[in-house]
Design a protein around this ligand. Sequence first.
Ligand SMILES: Cc1cc2nc3c(=O)[nH]c(=O)nc-3n(C[C@H](O)[C@H](O)[C@H](O)COP(=O)(O)OP(=O)(O)OC[C@H]3O[C@@H](n4cnc5c(N)ncnc54)[C@H](O)[C@@H]3O)c2cc1C
Ligand code: SF4
Length: 430
Amino acid sequence: MKKVIVVGTGAGGATAAKELSGKFDVTILEVGREFHPFGVNLKFLEKARSTGFFFDEREIQFLFPVMKIQKTMEHMSLVKGIGMGGTTTLATGNAVRCDDNLKRLGINLDEEFEELKNVIPITTEHQKIWRRSTRRLFEICKEVGFDPHVTPKMVDYSKCKRCGHCVLGCPEGAKWDTRRFVNAAISQGARLETGCKVRRIVISHGEAGGVMVQRRWYGEFLPADLIVLAAGGFGTPVILSNSDIELEPKLFVDPVLCVAAESKNVFQNKEVLMPFVVQQDHSIISPYFDQLSFFFNRDWRIPAENIVSLMIKLADENVGCLKDGIFEKNLTDLDKERLHHGVELCREILSRFGVKEGNIFLGTLNAGHPGGMLPLTAKEAATFHHDRLPENLYVADASLFPCSLGNPPILTIMAMAKRVSKTCIRKFAA
Ligand SMILES: Cc1cc2nc3c(=O)[nH]c(=O)nc-3n(C[C@H](O)[C@H](O)[C@H](O)COP(=O)(O)OP(=O)(O)OC[C@H]3O[C@@H](n4cnc5c(N)ncnc54)[C@H](O)[C@@H]3O)c2cc1C
Ligand code: SF4
């Protein structure tokens, strides 16, 4: 059997590993370790906010090593998950199909979405358990003609305790994440190595011969016949750049800004996160209790149960690059204008909710949907393979998106990774 290396266990990597195992001799390389949900009592930490200990979002990784944060020049926190399951373990469970931009390139992923629907439990039944405050926000959005939609979730609500901690990992095993695909791949014969960082692809005579990895202090070459790179929108560009493969300066990140206010006993901190979504042209608005802002933003120093908050998630312009190993990503004037428009809409919703204008405060700008640095074009629509890559090297993660979705990408990344896997099986499995 041909040897395949899959890099990463997030949305793209886990899907590719599951599809390819059994047909190839698959090794999965993951830089992170086994995932454990956040274990510290949040009520205790809430009290500790007054000590001034929480002053920089990057501190989170001392308490919760999976969540890694980098800051941009404009102080936007770039969030990623490094561990088994990648960033999917930090997700709020939203499962939406967002492939309009791919369809415009002539890519039809109907079959792949259908296959995913058959293995991932996706539901909107959480609407039945919404709190009064969420139901009121939903009604307000309807009244003002925003046409809110209940968010489909990959959550088993018979197990969900509505703790509101989805972004810190689910302690109940209610939320679906891609560790289940990794386990399926292992049961089909794949090997998983954690704590193994892929540095670069070794290419000679136009062919990928394997990868150079780093395990703790020593490096090693691991040979492969085929490599599927899915280290995520931040990880894959670094590996490609180390391998002298040109990237597009088109990084997007889907910036998130919360608009919040004090309102007694709304208990959004113990609610389904992003229960519904208002779709705008270049953004979405959704109720969201932002743990990062709650712990690290001084304006949020009120009890958690008294905060009502709406998130704006922006489809930012594809302008951002990797320079000397550091991501340069700033909001453009148009991004700022669109964000400002979103803030105005949130203010309107909150004022109808009964909040006084002067009591509204903003959250910390953060982003966790990176991608776009090896974007698909119509040229790659049939093959999912870029000319600039050796024939036996594929990318299967958010790097492939032609532009920002401004929407949850997991399901669409998995559909793309399925397509990449099918192509690989057709081309290389014989
Ligand atoms: C707080 C938060 C909430 C979110 N909620 C949702 C949601 O509800 N729904 C949704 O659709 N999306 C959500 N997202 C976004 C979604 O999780 C990511 O966009 C998606 O997981 C990206 O998939 P990926 O395969 O591109 O990368 P990832 O899932 O990030 O996987 C990359 C993997 O590669 C590994 N890796 C990185 N570098 C290396 C290396 N050098 N060597 C070996 N391994 C490496 C990483 O450890 C990781 O396992 C959320 C993101 C965040 C931050
Ligand atoms: S809210 Fe439900 S799905 Fe989310 S972490 Fe808590 S128990 Fe898990």
